[in-house]
Design a protein around this ligand. Structure first.
Ligand code: GNR
Ligand code: NI
Length: 165
């Protein structure tokens, strides 16, 4: 087990588009373990491989109160269930301290591989649905602040820039 460094905005490596995982092998499972440890340590509910500078399509999540229900999403995709939009604000470990309401589906059907490489389907709503959409954006090199106004973005840049030094 190992803790991994979480990249923070505006690190350009967060813009990398992740490749599909070709085979779910022990190397991938080791990365999944390290990502889970890193996510728990950072008090996040989800983490995409992009955020730890590994550019394959892997996500970990745990939405349980006790942090004892790890979920592994390899080569994930989703389709919306209905048109309803979520009203939950989202934050990001790579953009600490900022929260925004985005245009997200309230309900989705997730299709992914588990840590054994087996495909599963899961219906998600609430935070789970928002989190899956948020994490899949990371795998495309996108961040939840990408469509904010210039003013808000400048504020974020200023704050995160200051924190580093
Ligand atoms: O910890 C996280 N909380 C969260 C809250 C609302 C919507 C999405 C998230 S994901 C975030 C962790 C993170 O940055 N994952 O990429
Ligand atoms: Ni994030």
């Amino acid at each position: 087990m190992a803790l991994l460094e979480i990249l923070e905005y505006p690190d350009p490596r967060l813009r990398t588009v992740a490749r599909p995982v070709a085979e779910v092998n022990d190397e991938i499972r080791q990365l999944v373990s390290d990502m889970l440890e890193t996510m728990y340590e950072a008090n996040g509910v989800g983490l995409a491989a992009t955020q730890v500078d590994f550019h394959q399509r892997i996500v970990v999540m745990d939405l349980s109160e006790e942090c004892n229900q790890p979920q592994v999403l390899i080569n994930p995709r989703y389709e919306p269930i209905g048109e309803e939009k979520s009203d939950l604000q989202e934050g990001c470990l790579s953009v600490p301290g900022f929260y925004e309401l985005l245009d997200r589906y309230a309900r989705i059907r997730l299709i992914a591989l588990d840590r054994d490489g087996k495909e599963y389907t899961k219906e998600c709503e609430g935070l789970a649905a928002v989190c899956v959409q948020h994490e899949l954006d990371h795998l495309e090199g996108k961040l939840f602040i990408d469509n904010l106004s210039r003013l808000k973005l400048d504020r974020i840049k200023k704050k995160l820039g200051k924190k580093k030094r």
